[in-house]
Design a protein around this ligand. Structure first.
Ligand SMILES: Nc1nc2c([nH]c(=O)n2[C@@H]2O[C@H](COP(=O)(O)OP(=O)(O)OP(=O)(O)O)[C@@H](O)[C@H]2O)c(=O)[nH]1
Length: 185
């Protein structure tokens, strides 16, 4: 009878390989998932050791006829106040992210957006002190109504290659190159 094999199965070997070509910023997240580390989505169980809250935020780059992108300055009294962000907000229980975005764009800017006019572009995944942010970013070039400032301190239309002139939350930095690629400088 053959004894227990001392050679590892190929699939086990494969699991042990470090993921190559991972950008540094995603390595911590990948490693936690590989080692069964900690995550909880909206309070629900996922991998259960020392849960880190995962916050899902839907955000949008509205693009005007001059290929400028709308950024909005976070209100006083809120976390990261004064920084410039893409309009959007947290996905509420029972909402699809696209529904969140349509609701937030109406609440924050007074515009009406059809879901068919939202095109997914990229996403941000960033570890803040108290939560992990996961933020898909959509592009929108068509909407109804005039953009008005309802909840933010200020609004600005900015060329994508000028976005770095504005202080944005750290999560937003990786969103800039895809916007420059898509819209030009
Ligand atoms: N909308 C938006 N939120 C962003 C961006 N970047 C980024 O880190 N965030 C973070 O994602 C969260 C957005 O949720 P929110 O707009 O509903 O948050 P808030 O602070 O107004 O919370 P509240 O509505 O519970 O008072 C915040 O923690 C915010 O700092 C961004 O570009 N747009």
């Amino acid at each position: 009878m053959a004894g227990p094999s001392t050679t590892r199965s190929p699939s086990r070997e494969r699991r042990k390989q470090p993921t190559s070509c991972c950008p540094a910023s995603s390595e911590g997240w990948t490693k936690k998932l590989r080692t069964g580390g900690a995550r909880s989505i909206s309070g629900g169980p996922f991998f259960s050791e020392s849960p880190v809250k995962l916050v899902l935020v839907a955000a949008c780059a509205l693009v005007d006829a001059d290929r400028r992108v709308l950024i909005a300055q976070r209100p006083e009294g809120k976390q990261l106040a004064g920084l410039w962000e893409f309009p959007g907000g947290k996905v509420e229980p029972g909402e699809r992210p696209e529904e969140t975005l349509i609701r937030e764009l109406h609440e924050e800017l007074g515009i009406t957006v059809k879901e068919a006019c939202l095109a997914p572009l990229t996403f941000a995944s960033h570890t803040y002190e108290t939560f992990q942010l996961l933020m898909p970013l959509w592009i929108c070039k068509r909407w109804e109504g005039q953009v008005i400032q309802k909840e933010h301190q200020a609004l600005k239309w900015v060329r994508p290659n000028k976005l770095r002139d504005y202080a944005m939350p750290p999560a937003d930095e990786p969103l800039i190159p895809p916007l420059v690629d898509l819209l030009g400088g």
